[in-house]
Write a protein that binds this ligand. Structure first.
Ligand code: DGL
Length: 236
């Protein structure tokens, strides 16, 4: 089998990365994917950085061993902790997930941007460096220790989380943008749009990651030549 026909590996601590997978499949419908939900070690967001780096390498190696042609880290927490180190040590193209601060900054017209994320992301040096590029932006980072787990637990009916979500954002009457800093939170996009109507714009990094994946594959002649819809294999 030609390398271009190999699957793309993608992983998250759990189901959050399925939202990234969706964005990737919309752009690259004819690619096969192997998705790992690293549930045994979830959540990542309250773990020390070295632990998360260990999971990044373990998942990426497992995907490479299964024949993946590229790896998508469908998790902001894992990207912030380990994408840089993985890229220098790993032979395959690596795509990470970053909070969509740049697109939000470019669309900013006033008010306050709030960026909910895991505590590990909030504390990471990579994330702090990203933020430092946008001086003068009225942006509040909101580390949330429980939300990814709550979404995971209530995925069949995320609407039960609405009172908690309203409470999280209630201290910000000037809210104008929400930047979803964790792939799990993208499952709440519909609810957030309903709660805030058109007055708050919502951003996530999934489309940016999907575009980056396409560019990297293109540059290395690794895009699938098949005309048919690709398959997804889900693993834990
Ligand atoms: N989905 C992950 C992210 O994008 C975090 C979830 C977790 O804490 O494991 O940050």
């Amino acid at each position: 089998m030609a390398m271009s026909e190999a699957p793309i590996g993608i992983f998250d601590s759990g189901i959050g990365g399925v939202t990234t997978l969706d964005a990737c499949r919309r752009l690259l419908f004819n690619e096969d994917f192997i998705y790992i939900a690293d549930e045994r070690f979830a959540p990542y967001g309250d773990k020390p950085e070295e632990f998360i780096v260990g999971r990044v390498f373990a998942c990426a190696r497992r995907l490479a061993d299964m024949g993946a042609k590229a790896v998508v880290i469908a998790c902001n927490t894992a990207t912030n902790a380990g994408a840089g180190r993985l890229r220098t040590a790993f032979p395959l193209p690596v795509v990470g997930l970053e909070p969509a601060v740049k697109p939000a900054y470019e669309a900013y017209t006033g008010g306050r941007a709030v960026l909910p994320c895991t505590p590990a992301t909030a504390a990471s040096a990579k994330f702090r460096t990203l933020l430092s590029r946008f001086g003068g932006y009225n942006l509040t980072v909101l580390p949330l220790a429980r939300l990814a787990g709550l979404i995971e637990k209530n995925i069949e009916n995320p609407d039960v989380l609405e009172p908690y979500i309203r409470e999280i954002f209630s201290p910000y009457p000037d809210l104008s943008q929400i930047i979803l800093g964790c792939t799990h939170y993208v499952f709440l996009r519909g609810m957030l749009e309903r709660i805030f109507g058109g007055r708050v714009k919502i951003f996530d990094g999934n489309d940016g990651a999907a575009k980056r994946l396409k560019l990297l594959l293109q540059a290395r002649n690794l895009l699938s030549p098949r005309p048919s819809v690709g398959r997804v294999e889900f693993l834990t």
